[in-house]
Design a protein around this ligand. Sequence first.
Ligand code: NAD
Length: 266
Amino acid sequence: MKVTVVGAAGRMGGRLIQAVKAADGLELTGAIERPGHPQIGTDAGLLAAVGELGVPITDDLAAAMKTADILIDFTFPEVTLNNLEICAKFGKMVVSGSTGFTPEQKTAVEKYAEQIPIVLAPNMSVGVNACFKLLKETAKILGDDFDVEVVELHHNKKKDSPSGTAVRMGEIVAETLGRDYNRVANYHREGMCGERTKKEIGMQTVRGGDIVGEHTVYFIGMGERIEISHRAMSRDMFARGAVRACQWLEGKSSGLFDMQDVLGLS
Ligand code: NAD
């Protein structure tokens, strides 16, 4: 499969180029950055420290998608939606790890998925997806008797808060307990805000330094506490997950999928 990576010069971009180069059956044919990016024209392989690949970074996604079979996109929701429009026009598959979609933007992604196959997942790591499954099982067992709080830590350059992964964790617990996440998520406590309400799910965010990503979901009961934690030490496993999603998508004609589908956990 011929692959284009968009966001090629970003923190994830280099890891994705390395992972595509190392993967069986995948070949990098395009690398895209935003117009005016200083790395436009640089060979994508040299930028990702895997040796020259003969694939210069450009800002022309439409030209790249004429050749490519699939787009790997780790950018931002507005950019991803533009990219999906181009991929839908050419009938090409998309794996996107972008986070921070509003409900309206998610609906727009669902529309594109009626035309092309898309994997959209806020976290492509196998470990985090195992945690998603554990959260569902744990919430099922504990029911409404335990207070649920989600705490996440990321580097100081992260743009969206809480992380897409933390939101997904909150959503999974809320869905399992029959609650509406958007009603029960509590992002802010300050001053005399009163006692914790029974069904709220606290969402707390820490930002600093170079933390790749850490998530803990606390189930806090009377006299006992369960903590389900994941700590990412490198970005490589996100990139390996994206490659796995590309291989899994091959042959699909349309539909919106996530990593639970890719890993057979749904
Ligand atoms: P980053 O800022 O380092 O990289 C983003 C890149 O996209 C930048 O190089 C930027 O120039 C480029 N870009 C911006 N606008 C563009 C455009 N119009 N066309 C082409 N390129 C454009 O960010 P990052 O840390 O690499 O993260 C990127 C995204 O991936 C974020 O949404 C982040 O939350 C998400 N992420 C997801 C996972 C996952 O497993 N799903 C893991 C890590 C990061």
